[in-house]
Write a protein that binds this ligand. Sequence first.
Ligand SMILES: [Zn+2]
Length: 338
Amino acid sequence: MEYVAGAILTIDGFKKGYLGFENGRIVETGTDRSPVKPVCKGLIIPGLVNIHTHIGDSFVRKKNIDLPRDVESLVGPPDGLKHQLLSNASDEEIVEGMKDSINIMIESGTFVFCDFREGGVHGVTLLKQALNDYKVSPVVLSRPQGLCYDRDEIDSLLRCSHGIGVSSISDWSYTELEKIAKHTKRRKKFFALHACERVREDIDLILDLKPDFLVHMVKANRDDLLRVKDNDIPIVLCPRSNMFFGLKPNIKVMKQVGVDILLGTDNGMLNSPVIVDEVKFLKNQYSDVFSTDELLNMVTYRARKVLNLDCDILCPNSKAEFVVLHEKSLKPLYISLV
Ligand SMILES: [Zn+2]
């Protein structure tokens, strides 16, 4: 049996201790010294969860294009540069880009990612091709080809994915989006969307769609955030993506209001999908707002809860799905998946 030791992340913060593991399972845990010399010492956390990616546009990173720093011109459907590049790219190019991002995620300790997959059923097929033999687990939120509701298309999408993830209410005819949201919720699948990223949007209309989570909420005011909190809906922040576009979410108010905050890396074309980099970004910018264990909880237990994944981990008999991070730099020192 092998051991790792240091501080173990729990829902209530770090506790000193060790884990003993063998054949892919945790066998024992303890709060004193490890019985034998550990293979690694540091912060022991569950495998990381990146709850918001678009890895389908990762291939753009290699092109070294000077991307416009404006949400609408870069990623707005249907004519944003991203969508033009996607429609001109071959399937092989898109799949290779996805594989690059999947490798980066695995090497940085990500065990689960939730991808907003564009391109209808074909888009989901490409992601599944890219995932082939990788051990990382995806939660795939698919998206209709066009900006309208088609019952058969939504049925097909829900058969091959975990739910639907769309751009924002500003891009859609609301009645069409409402039909998609209702259809998805009837099938008990995830429905999530971007909200209030570049403009403030009507929070009541957004909440009426019964989303499982909202991405961004940069332009939301305190009242909007209170409504989100009252409805118990988590907000996914993508701080580095926001910074690229010169956007600044009101993080202090989000924290004051007590809304559940999660973290994602957003478009693969903008940033590498290393979720710990978002943790480090917030740790540097908001050291007076968040503690390290709070930030690490967002990318482990809290994200797992929202995605309905098992939170009873890092305990005897659970799968050995953990990462050991350097206490100061948060660099991964040991990843049980690789
Ligand atoms: Zn996004």
